[in-house]
Design a protein around this ligand. Structure first.
Ligand code: HEC
Ligand code: HEC
Length: 354
């Protein structure tokens, strides 16, 4: 029996060796070698969570910034991450559906990458656990950048300047998908925006930072008997992410027949309760990241508020917290005024695009 086990082991080793490993799989997980950069925390936000295996360094952040803007990471070299995540829109896409290579369209609106570092999971349906895991997705996705990972690695490695910078950032060794996604994730962790009029009012003690209208909107937003918004778009004692990081069905994006078009979280968990549920989006910079909802079906904040006043769209999986709201005409405007007060100073345009 022992000999048999040995033979099986040998056979297993043999087949593992004949399989050509993808460049992305070669070697142990990479780790940045430089000094860790402390990411600042603007007013109203908690410290940025950083995974122990990928501490951000000046070198990985700069590499990630260039990769994020590099069109060579798409099949026909026409699209970069920034094509669908524009700095001017807080790294969201102002188009309802983004266009990938060959003008292919997906069926979800691109959310802002600004403050995505705080999400416990990535994507509307939470199918990626981390920013590192997320970053590989769009490169290979046929309707986005459509470039197989081994080719992406080969293109980056063909550039001597990149090769040298990867060695500076991660130590000697080949360029790998692991290093590419770690660098992009570290750049994304620097895309943090707080310090809004709401933050200055609520956390900074500046009672003049919000208009009286927006202050009434904030009260409606938090009142469980009125707007009931903060139940899901949470505001904590010391900071506010405006999301509970959980999945809810609010009835957005139903077909004309009232059917769910996109199953949302259900596709990941296969739990009936998750049908049509999407991760609660942050509302930071919401006035700058139209259109709204996972399918970009609502164009203005007024439309979103009216949608909630109507109690979302009825469907068998509607979240019990979504009910018709009894709000007066001027109270709609107050909620909108509050949402508009969640805007941070505009992000800086990145320098040194390749
Ligand atoms: C063709 C347009 C397009 C390109 C190119 C693209 N994205 Fe996206 N991105 C999207 C869309 C659409 C979504 C939402 C998809 C979903 O949730 O199913 C998304 C989601 C994300 C998210 C999740 C944010 C959240 O709130 O959950 C991150 C982070 C992100 N993209 C980063 C990147 C990076 C990094 C790249 C480049 C490697 C990239 N994207 C390239 C369109 C694009
Ligand atoms: C039961 C939890 C829940 C409650 C209560 C709730 N929301 Fe939402 N909100 C969500 C979810 C989940 C989405 C995304 C839904 C989708 O795309 O299908 C969302 C989307 C939004 C969006 C669009 C965000 C974007 O980036 O597209 C806005 C704006 C918004 N909500 C504001 C509000 C306001 C204002 C209230 C109160 C009147 C409220 N929400 C109440 C969970 C909730």
């Amino acid at each position: 029996m022992r000999w048999l086990a040995f033979a099986v082991l040998l056979w297993g080793l043999g087949s593992a060796c004949t399989r050509q490993p993808l460049p992305s799989e070669a070697g142990p997980p990479a780790r940045p070698v430089g000094q860790q950069v402390v990411l600042g925390t603007p007013l109203g936000l908690p410290p940025v969570p950083v995974p122990p295996e990928n501490p951000p360094t000046a070198e990985t952040i700069a590499l990630g910034r260039d990769l994020f803007h590099d069109k060579r990471l798409s099949a026909d070299q026409s699209i970069s991450c920034a094509s669908c995540h524009e700095a001017a829109s807080f790294f969201a896409d102002p188009r309802r559906f983004s266009q990938g290579v060959d003008k292919k369209e997906g069926n979800r609106n691109a959310p802002p990458v600004m403050n995505a570092a705080f999400h416990p999971v990535q994507f509307w349906d939470g199918r990626a656990a981390t920013l590192e895991e997320q970053a590989g997705g769009p490169i290979a996705n046929p309707v986005e950048m459509n470039l197989p990972h081994d080719q992406a690695v080969a293109r980056v490695a063909a550039d001597g300047n990149y090769r040298a910078r990867f060695e500076q950032a991660f130590g000697p060794g080949p360029v790998t998908m692991d290093k590419i996604t770690k660098a992009i994730a570290s750049f994304e962790r620097t895309l943090i925006a707080g310090d809004t009029p709401f933050d200055r009012y609520f956390y900074g003690g500046d009672k003049t930072a919000l208009s009286p209208e927006a202050i009434r909107g904030l009260a409606l937003f938090r009142d469980k008997q009125r707007g009931n918004c903060a139940t899901c778009h949470t505001i904590e004692e010391r900071h506010a992410l405006f999301t509970d990081g959980r999945f809810h069905n609010v009835g957005a994006g139903l077909s004309n027949e009232g059917e769910l078009v996109d199953q949302g979280r259900f596709a990941v968990t296969k739990r009936e309760a998750d049908r049509g549920a999407f991760r609660t989006p942050t509302l930071r910079n919401i006035a700058r990241t139209a259109p709204y909802m996972h399918d970009g079906s609502l164009r203005t904040l007024r439309q979103v508020v009216d949608f909630y006043i109507g109690g979302g769209s009825s469907n068998p999986h509607l979240d019990p917290e979504i009910k018709p709201l009894r709000l007066k005409g001027e109270e709609r405007g107050e909620l909108v005024a509050f949402l508009e007060a969640l805007s941070s100073p505009a992000p800086r345009q990145p320098e040194g695009k390749p």
